[in-house]
Design a protein around this ligand. Structure first.
Ligand code: NAD
Ligand code: TYD
Length: 354
């Protein structure tokens, strides 16, 4: 049996990964360590309640004793580090927590894994261990109209969020270069799908449009993101954990670039049709003040993970966005739960002066 430390597994991608893994592997144990920040939600894990292959632990990846204790108790084979502060706009408003969780938290996990997996006298690593850092294409900075990010594109982060993720990536590679630690980094493009917190573009627009609220499009709305259905990202992480060559970075993306305004228009058209609601129209779109330092375009070249590991995206955008819209429509209770209380304050503060 393989044991995994999954961090941040009550968030968007982490919870999807828990479902993905439990749906495909019988002989695994997932220990899910999550601090339950505003972005983490036990509701996301309701579907695995009572499954003996999943253990939830509330706690901080920065907590040295807690993480050491978990390594001693479970003898992990893999660490899959999803835990992070993940929202660019919040990082612009409050960068410190991004350094704390994304950099210091990752270094704590690396150190605790090294203590558990490395024999300092023999200078050898135990067999079958791996630390997988879930990173982002945003560490590469922004592209012009041409070209794609490859694994050798120099890191050039612009936002405090992407700078903290790049810092974490550098520490992961430093543990590989210095100690020979078995590691991989995945750098994925923008994800969408169920359980995404409605501070991010797609769920925010679905939720606002549904309630006939204005749709705040930053600047001209012609920024480009490369969207991947979350399950395809989970598949990539599973494949890299199992088969990725140690020390390698793998970019993950599906050549699905869209402008933000096109995404918003697609959501409006689909919701209008699904709900037969004439109040859902492009009249809801508001072009608001642009994000500071807004990256113009991201685009991933996924050739390496395709040729080395045989990964390919299975969900075309047209299908994935419909599945996503239908999920949010069917899970109104979930959306109401995460948008009550502190979300209202966040929304007010983030969008009031735009
Ligand atoms: P998310 O914000 O939805 O979830 C983050 C989770 O981490 C939450 O459950 C939160 O409670 C937990 N967490 C935060 N601080 C913690 C701490 N100190 N200790 C323990 N848990 C903590 O984020 P997401 O969108 O699911 O992203 C997951 C990972 O994937 C992140 O590392 C992010 O950088 C990366 N990523 C995200 C995307 C995307 O489009 N969302 C794309 C590429 C990479
Ligand atoms: P987001 O979902 O925050 O992801 P990221 O910034 O990590 O790519 O934003 C995706 C794009 O949508 C980004 O270009 C910013 C834009 N955006 C808006 O135009 N309005 C919004 O209200 C939000 C949240 C994002």
């Amino acid at each position: 049996m393989k044991t995994y430390l999954i961090t941040g597994g009550a968030g968007f991608i982490g919870s999807n990964f828990v479902y993905y893994m439990l749906g495909r592997h019988d002989d695994i144990l997932l220990v899910n360590l999550d601090k339950l920040t505003y972005a983490g939600n036990l509701e996301n894990l309701r579907g695995v309640e009572g499954d003996p292959r999943h253990v939830f632990v509330q706690g901080d990846i920065c907590d040295r004793e807690l993480v050491s204790g978990l390594f001693a108790q479970y003898n992990f084979d893999y660490v899959i580090n999803f835990a992070a502060e993940s929202h660019v706009d919040r990082s612009i408003a409050n960068p410190e927590i991004f350094v704390q969780t994304n950099v210091m938290g990752t270094v704590n996990l690396l150190q605790r894994a090294k203590e558990a997996w490395y024999d300092a006298e023999k200078k050898t690593w135990k067999d079958g261990k791996k630390f997988l850092q879930v990173s982002t294409d945003e560490v590469y900075g922004a592209l012009g109209a041409e070209g794609f990010f490859t694994e050798t594109t120099p890191l050039s982060p612009h936002s405090p969020y992407s700078a903290s993720k790049a810092g974490a990536d550098q520490f992961v590679m430093a543990f590989y270069d210095t100690y020979g630690m078995p590691v991989n980094i995945t750098r994925c493009s923008n994800n969408y799908g169920p359980y995404q917190f409605p501070e991010k573009l797609i769920p925010l627009m679905i939720n606002n449009a549904r309630h006939h609220k204005p749709l705040p499009v930053y600047g001209d709305g012609l920024q480009i993101r490369d969207w991947l259905y979350v399950e395809d990202h989970c598949k990539a992480i599973d494949m890299v954990a199992a088969g990725g060559r140690s020390g390698e970075v793998y970019n993950v993306g599906g050549h699905n670039e869209r402008t933000n305004i096109a995404i918003v228009q697609t959501i409006l058209a689909q919701l209008h049709d699904r709900l037969s609601d004439e109040g859902i129209s492009e009249a809801l779109i508001r072009h608001v003040e642009d994000r500071l330092g807004h990256d113009r375009r991201y685009g991933i070249d996924p050739q390496k993970i395709r040729s080395d590991l045989g990964w390919f995206p299975e969900t075309p955008f047209e299908q994935g966005i419909l599945k996503t819209i239908d999920w949010y429509l069917a899970n109104e209770r979930w959306m109401n739960g995460v948008t009550s209380g502190s979300y209202q304050r966040y929304y007010e503060e983030m969008y009031r002066n735009r």
